[in-house]
Design a protein around this ligand. Structure first.
Ligand SMILES: [Zn+2]
Length: 259
């Protein structure tokens, strides 16, 4: 680390749990962020500012006026630009240390697995179940930890799935084969700061996973209702019938139970 980096990261490096070794892990890490909307705006911003060495941003959308209320990494002059380019331009100003790769098309299964395999952590900031299930499947196959967040209206959820651990549930354990739950902010609306809160939790969990510190949200689903400003935590168990990870590891536990 050079003098500039020592100064840039000093306020997190002075935390004994992080120190120079934690910072070095962040600088050496590669994080895949899928979706540069409301959650991805905030998650990628904190990850870049914290000194993640290599960020891979995936989104095939262009910035639209109706995005700006919540997708705060994009600004009015960015309307019409690819979201990944708009995000890269801003993040590289925030921290020129961070290498940024942009992918502006939807990844097919082979590409997705290739990207997930080389990532230390995957941060799912997508807005639909099809994409979330595909990301989860790639993470289960490659054993890469997944930080998954979702928000709609006044409610959100966030968790960590770590398929490297045998008894860790996967995202699919939570939903099984239900896909009729698909709802999007585009169709249902969302209050913007909720995305900021959940995107921040995702960035924080990704950093902790990379540095190997603290207790992650693995096995716990954190639910937030901002209308009543109420946090709730639900325990997640591996589903033996899970179409993605069922049959792997110890499958003698029930589905999902609220704590
Ligand atoms: Zn599963």
């Amino acid at each position: 680390m050079n003098d500039e980096q020592l100064l840039r990261y000093s306020r997190q490096m002075m935390l004994p749990e992080i120190d120079a070794s934690g910072q070095q892990k962040l600088l050496d890490s590669r994080v895949l962020v899928i979706g540069i909307g409301g959650l991805g705006s905030i998650a990628s911003l904190y990850l870049a500012a914290a000194g993640i060495g290599h960020l891979v941003l995936v989104d095939f959308d262009k910035v639209d006026l109706s995005n700006l209320q919540r997708q705060v990494i994009h600004a009015t002059p960015d309307i019409g630009k690819l979201k990944v380019e708009s995000a890269r331009d801003y993040l590289s100003q925030v921290n020129p240390d961070t290498n940024i790769t942009t992918i502006d098309h939807e990844l097919d299964e082979t590409e997705l697995i290739k990207e997930v395999k080389v990532a230390d952590v995957v941060v799912d900031c997508s807005d639909n179940f099809r994409t979330r299930f595909a990301i989860n499947a790639a993470c289960v196959k490659s054993g890469t930890p997944l930080v998954s967040g979702a928000a709609i209206r006044f409610e959100a959820q966030v968790s960590v799935y770590n398929p490297a651990h045998e008894d860790s549930p996967c995202y699919r354990c939570l939903y099984g084969t239900e896909t009729e739950l698909d709802q999007s902010c585009t169709a249902n609306g969302v209050i913007a700061p909720l995305l900021g809160i959940i995107g921040s939790v995702q960035a924080c969990e990704a950093m902790k996973l990379i540095m190997g510190i603290g207790e992650s949200l693995e096995g716990r689903l954190l639910l937030l209702d901002v209308m009543n400003m109420d946090w709730h935590s639900a325990r997640l168990k591996k589903d033996p019938q899970c179409p993605e990870c069922g049959g792997r590891g110890r499958n003698d536990v029930p589905g999902q139970a609220a704590s």
